[in-house]
Design a binder for this molecule. Structure first.
Ligand code: ZN
Length: 266
């Protein structure tokens, strides 16, 4: 896999060149991390790093500071993910190495499903490689480790973020503080595509641009060159998959207020 195959034809989005160092389509597909800043969140584990878009850093740091003021330690559970990583997640689910669950959290018996049903089931919780917003670096899954009960590890399940869950205070905090800093929730509700993800924040000034530049034919070319499981059906159904699982998100993203922090460069 190299990025040359997907770096063509970005002339119609030439105003996006300042998003990062050139290769916009490669960033969208997760084929490069040239736009990513890696950092350790916990001084005790300096080798454990997460990555986010360089230009999201000021807004993220502002959010962390606001959280700290009210006793909420905000950390990233999942930031940037490469195409390769997403491909591994995908293939592990398709082959049953990792459990594939339905919307109620029940593990599915893959042998009873058609290939298309397996694909649609995976897409409920895991993005198609090349079409994950985590490739962009401006989308992050967040949680507050200091709100977790001691014996409990984070599951990233909606109940944890509901009013009776351990992350309830974080949810309340984000409802107030995220949008003024330029963040919104693309998966605020289940719309028949991706399941609700109350932990998934998207930095609108960048995400909107990536979303507008997203190109299905480039994605198709990219997938064609990989050993993704279910490839033929994915390629045949790509238009529907993109419509149902990639573009089917919170429509209020474009109305997000201009961020108060310096959004142009960290
Ligand atoms: Zn996410």
């Amino acid at each position: 896999m190299n990025s040359e195959t997907s770096s063509n034809n970005v002339s119609d989005v030439s105003d996006l060149n300042n998003i990062a160092n050139g290769n916009l389509q490669a960033q969208i597909l997760g084929l490069t991390d040239s736009h990513i800043h890696y950092f350790a969140q916990n001084a005790q584990f300096p080798e454990t790093k997460v990555g986010i878009h360089q230009q999201v850093l000021p807004a993220f740091q502002a959010l962390v500071a606001k959280g700290k003021d009210v006793g909420i330690t905000i950390e990233i559970a999942s930031g940037f993910r490469s195409f390769e990583r997403q491909l591994l997640i995908w293939n592990n689910k398709y082959t049953g190495k990792t459990a594939v669950k339905n919307i109620d959290g029940e593990t599915l018996a893959l042998a009873e499903l058609s290939s298309l049903e397996i694909i649609q089931s995976i897409l409920l919780f895991s993005a198609l490689p090349g079409a994950s917003r985590h490739h962009w670096g401006c989308d992050i899954d967040i949680y507050a480790p200091n709100l977790l009960p001691k014996e409990q590890s984070l599951q990233l399940e909606p109940w944890e973020y509901e009013p009776t869950g351990p992350m309830a205070i974080l949810t309340e905090f984000l409802a107030k503080e995220a949008q003024p800093l330029g963040f919104y929730f693309p998966y605020d509700n289940y719309r028949g595509g991706v399941a609700a993800e109350p932990w998934h924040l998207s930095y609108a000034p960048l995400a909107n641009k990536y979303q507008q530049a997203f190109d299905m034919s480039t994605l198709k070319q990219c997938l064609n060159e990989t050993d993704i499981k279910g490839k033929n059906i994915i390629i045949n159904e790509l238009t529907n998959i993109v419509k149902q699982f990639v573009l089917n998100i919170n429509p209020n993203n474009l109305s997000t207020a201009t961020p108060a922090t310096g959004a142009t460069r960290g």
